[in-house]
Design a binder for this molecule. Structure first.
Ligand code: GLU
Length: 258
């Protein structure tokens, strides 16, 4: 096994987990459960950071547009988080793996004592062979819903658990030198050595359900890289690419930490 990338944090966005119809992409969630369980079985330690609470609730309750009222978004998150975890629990069980839900707010990380408890819980779960699934605690974390994003959350988690690698699955192949939805000649940047040089190439969010986009992914890369953790952005339509990218094969955009 490639010991170098033993502990991996994988983040999936709402657009990876839901169809344009707003409904859950069951096949994608099954892919995630299968590949992450398989990696876990082969000795990797895997943590999943999953968005989608609000998106899944939108599909379930028939919202076609993300509501703007914070209370409504928080309530949707409460509905969707439950649905999402029920699904993960069932899918991972199919592959004989156990998952655990961890919901975090900024203060769980900013307050040293809470951060230590959080870290201890992650480590204990991983030692028990369990796959932690993380999201922001959206129902209490107001500022997260308004400006927060799971790209940064996943980088913070990677830092807290001292991960070896952070993988962000997105609805795009990686970072391009210009917006590929507008420019057909846009080129994928396969490796970023200096984040400062790509800051201005980041476009906005790809879909109307997620919170992030390239800007938040670059922020995540900064957090991860400064903690000595490499980060990869890859297309969530091929979860099996995880096998390749943890072996160091060229997939998506690598933000290399030194
Ligand atoms: N925590 C939000 C959710 O699960 C998503 C945040 C994000 O997509 O960055 O719905």
């Amino acid at each position: 096994m490639n010991r170098k990338n033993k502990r991996i944090v994988v983040k999936v966005g709402t657009s990876t987990l839901t169809y344009d119809t707003g409904k859950i992409n069951i096949r994608r969630i099954n892919d995630l459960a299968r590949v992450l369980s398989d990696l876990r079985n082969s000795g990797y330690e895997v943590i999943l950071v999953s968005s989608g609470a609000i998106g899944v609730a939108m599909g379930k309750l028939g919202y076609s547009k993300k509501p703007t009222d914070t209370k409504v978004k928080q309530s949707l998150a409460a509905v969707g988080q439950c649905e999402l975890m029920a699904l993960y629990d069932r899918m991972f069980s199919e592959y004989h793996n156990t998952v655990a839900q961890i919901l975090l707010t900024r203060s769980d990380i900013d307050i040293e004592k809470r951060k230590q408890h959080t870290k201890d819980t992650f480590n204990t779960l991983l030692e028990m062979g369990i796959i932690p699934i993380v999201n922001e605690n959206d129902t209490v974390s107001v500022e997260e819903i308004e400006i927060g994003d799971n790209d940064s959350l996943s980088a913070i988690v990677a830092k807290v658990v001292e991960a070896d690698l952070l993988v962000l699955f997105s609805d795009i192949d990686g970072l391009f030198d210009s917006d590929p939805r507008k420019n057909p000649d846009a080129h994928l940047i396969s490796r970023v050595e200096d984040i400062e040089t790509v800051k201005n190439t980041a476009g906005g969010a790809g879909s109307n359900v997620g919170t992030g986009g390239m800007v938040t992914k670059i922020e995540a890369a900064k957090i991860a890289n400064s903690a000595g953790i490499s980060m990869i952005i890859a297309n969530g339509n091929n979860i099996d690419a995880l096998y390749d990218l943890i072996e160091g094969k060229k997939v998506g955009t690598l933000f290399k930490a030194y």
